[in-house]
Design a protein around this ligand. Sequence first.
Ligand SMILES: C[S@@+](CC[C@H](N)C(=O)[O-])C[C@H]1O[C@@H](n2cnc3c(N)ncnc32)[C@H](O)[C@@H]1O
Length: 328
Amino acid sequence: MDRETTAGRYRRFAEFEARGSSSCYELWTLGIASDRRLLSLIDRLPVEKRQPNLVLAAARYLGVAEASFPEFRDWVFQHWDAVAQVVMTRRTQTNEVGRAAVLVPALAQLAGSLALIEVGASAGLCLYPDLFSYHYDDRDVLHPAGGASGVRLWCATSGKPPIPDRLPEVVWRAGVDSNPLDANDADEMRWLECLTWPGQPERLRRLREAVAISRSRPVDVVSGDLNETVAELVDAAPQGATVVVFHSAVLAYLSTDERRRFERTIRGLPCHWLSNEGCGVVESVAAQLPTPAQNTPGRFVVALDGVPLAYAGAHGQTLDWFRRAASP
Ligand SMILES: C[S@@+](CC[C@H](N)C(=O)[O-])C[C@H]1O[C@@H](n2cnc3c(N)ncnc32)[C@H](O)[C@@H]1O
């Protein structure tokens, strides 16, 4: 990644992430990848701040219209200083509740009532998997015990994932993030909205619904580094509950040494470990993937206690279960 050019990074985003999900982002990022002047502006940012998601969200936060690439390009030239300032002060903290759909079949394999701990939780919106409604292939529909949820998730599956009859019971939830976002802070929630992509009204709608759930049932997301905090959080979980530490789209932000440290730590704690990360991100999981040729950018892998269970769409839109995955 470090050696990838900015043009390559934007092209890869267009082809593997935005294509089929946001035609506006696909056109903008393909345009940027071929525009020397825009690329040279983006290259003035620190490398970790050149992420397409971050730069485009900053422009949208400042009001760029969902217009053609030439209009977008002119707007960015006129407003570059402000865009760069937002990029430097904000982070990619996309809180994607859709990812709960790819976690539920794994959670449902665990016995007992769950104490959920999310590391890299952003605003903590993925900590309510028991309060969302799920549609797997429009066939298997799951609702919370109290009835249908305002957060409705659709997930296309293959390989017959073990969709449970009912949602797991969650008795306790907690999270940690290096920069927790506050669901009651309107500006922080507007930033989260800008991190969803144009042309995805359903994603925006479910984000807003999840924020409403979080406001009515606040969860404690502490501020800190996941490596420094996870043991304390596991220790704080109630006796008798099945403790699960999970994370989605987080470990890619850590160095290789930090990721290894996390895996060593989590394997030594009295908890289950549920990961949902890009295919190459957790080394020990990547080494077991049955079809390395399928490790395409933009694809995640769900693993329970270090055992890969399925490939997943980055926003939880697909779940391709490995037929021969080992049981936990
Ligand atoms: C892309 S967001 C994903 C949020 C959430 N897991 C989800 O799937 O919706 C990544 C989050 O990880 C957090 N993060 C990155 N490195 C971290 C670290 N070392 N310790 C705690 N949180 C971290 C970021 O602040 C950000 O909120």
